[in-house]
Design a protein around this ligand. Structure first.
Ligand SMILES: NC(=O)c1ccc[n+]([C@@H]2O[C@H](COP(=O)([O-])OP(=O)(O)OC[C@H]3O[C@@H](n4cnc5c(N)ncnc54)[C@H](OP(=O)(O)O)[C@@H]3O)[C@@H](O)[C@H]2O)c1
Length: 412
């Protein structure tokens, strides 16, 4: 890549994740990176710039779905980091612009229907142009994908064989839903409701695999509360598990199935012990399902969705700080029945602070550690999962700079 005026342009810097990302970028890398912020509203961008304490920070006005504005920023930076939401509504032109200008892109998008559409439309050009498009660079799905790779490395080292199944549970932390997240989720629900083929595609556990590999061993998303003997407590459906599991499966597929063609992965949320915890988990699961399964075209669906967070709303800084720490716990089992436990932990909240740090460090690796990551991963372009795009280089970066850690507990 020819040198560019900027290492990173952060698009969506005014949002509930974008603003913490701008502050983290300045605090952590402001002295060594050439970077800028972008968004649709100058006054709000100026307020974020003032908060960074960097009055020279350049600002770009880039509304969503504006190809000319997207071209202008994509041509000037090594990496475009995006928190703009919903991506399905606003970011398609930015993806096309990044690929056209040879600019790597990292985002937080977990909108399955749009990811599938973008991969089908642009993956060949991204590969041919050596452009890395890396979606899901936040709580979904960096903790899960990196934990699974850590566990498989550990299983091979300790037992000489890989895990054939891993169950990974969100174990602690509180997830706050902003208006942008809710609108993104609603966009997926609308796509499902208006297109039966899309509904089938999204229900497929392998829906993010390469187009000729959209199948694998039976492993549906967890649909109900159940007792898990390995964790010794109730587990319940984890809303982000749907996207995380598909990213893990895509990662395995793109690697050529090193863990075996019978490898299965499931994600859930730990719900605690005893009848009261079970009841709470049942109620939460039913309430979530009511929202997710409501037909957005029906009157009741529109009413239910009107109760969700409005666009532009979201947690305050104090609420974000109270939502951490967070983490995951996982149990894997090998073909011969040996078990391995793994964990991920960070002091950050799961949603906005932690996700902002993950996105920024991912963008940093794409901008500044490209040679190391290509030497490790051997991949130069395409729609890649975070681990396949940045490998152990990002893990090292997150552990050293963001306080995000993964480990293996003990064998059982
Ligand atoms: N992967 C994860 O773990 C994770 C965690 C948190 C969030 N997310 C995802 O990240 C995305 C952002 O979440 P958030 O909580 O930061 O949402 P948010 O606070 O609503 O931010 C949305 C951003 O999009 C911008 N935007 C909206 N419409 C636009 C348009 N027409 N043109 C240009 N920009 C526009 C907003 O700009 P204005 O400020 O001008 O309105 C704002 O910067 C969501 O998709 C969410 O699901 C993912």
């Amino acid at each position: 890549m020819q040198d560019r005026p900027f290492d990173i342009i952060l698009w969506g810097a005014t949002g509930h994740t974008g603003r913490p990302a701008a502050l983290y970028l300045q605090r952590q890398y402001g002295h060594q990176l050439r970077w800028a912020i972008a968004g649709r509203d100058r006054a709000r961008l100026e307020r974020v710039r003032a908060e960074t304490g960097n009055p020279a920070l350049p600002i770009f006005i880039v509304p969503g779905s504006d190809r000319a504005a997207a071209d202008q920023v994509a041509a000037q930076t090594r990496v475009l980091a995006s928190t703009v939401a919903p991506a399905a509504r606003y970011a398609s032109e930015m993806v096309a612009a990044c690929i056209a200008h040879g600019t790597h892109m990292a985002d937080l998008c977990g909108e399955l229907h749009w990811l599938r559409h973008m991969m089908d439309t642009h993956d060949p050009a991204a590969q041919a142009g050596n452009v890395k498009i890396v979606n899901c660079c936040g709580l979904d799905s960096i903790p899960s994908e990196y934990l699974v790779h850590r566990m498989q490395q550990g299983a091979l080292a300790q037992y000489g064989e890989y895990c054939t199944h891993i169950t990974n549970c969100f174990s602690h932390g509180h997830i706050a839903v902003s208006g942008g997240s809710f609108a993104s989720g609603k966009g997926v629900m609308e796509a499902v409701a208006s297109d039966p083929a899309m509904a089938d595609m999204i229900a497929n556990p392998y829906s993010l695999n390469p187009p000729d590999q959209l199948q694998g061993p039976h492993c549906p998303d967890l649909g109900q509360v159940q007792f898990d003997a390995d964790f010794g407590q109730w587990v319940m459906p984890f809303p982000l598990g749907q996207i995380n599991a598909r990213v893990v499966r895509r990662s395995h597929a793109l690697l050529g199935y090193p863990w075996g063609d019978q490898f299965t992965y499931r994600e859930a949320k730990l719900a605690g012990r005893g009848p009261l915890k079970r009841l709470q988990a049942e109620l939460e699961t039913r309430l979530t399902r009511l929202f997710v399964e409501a037909d957005p075209r029906s009157r009741s669906g529109r009413f239910l969705h009107s109760l969700g967070p409005k666009e532009g709303s979201g947690p305050t800084d104090r609420q974000i700080a109270r939502n951490g720490p967070c983490g995951f716990k996982a149990v894997g089992v090998t073909a011969s029945g040996k078990k391995l436990k793994g964990w991920m932990h960070t002091h950050w909240d799961p949603g906005h602070g932690g996700t902002a740090a993950m996105l920024v460090d991912a963008a940093y690796c794409l901008a500044r550690r490209q040679d190391e990551i290509e030497a490790e991963t051997g991949r130069s372009g395409g729609f890649l999962t975070p681990y396949l795009a940045m490998g152990e280089v990002l893990r090292e970066q997150l552990q050293a700079n963001a306080g995000i850690h993964w480990g293996l507990e003990s064998t059982v």
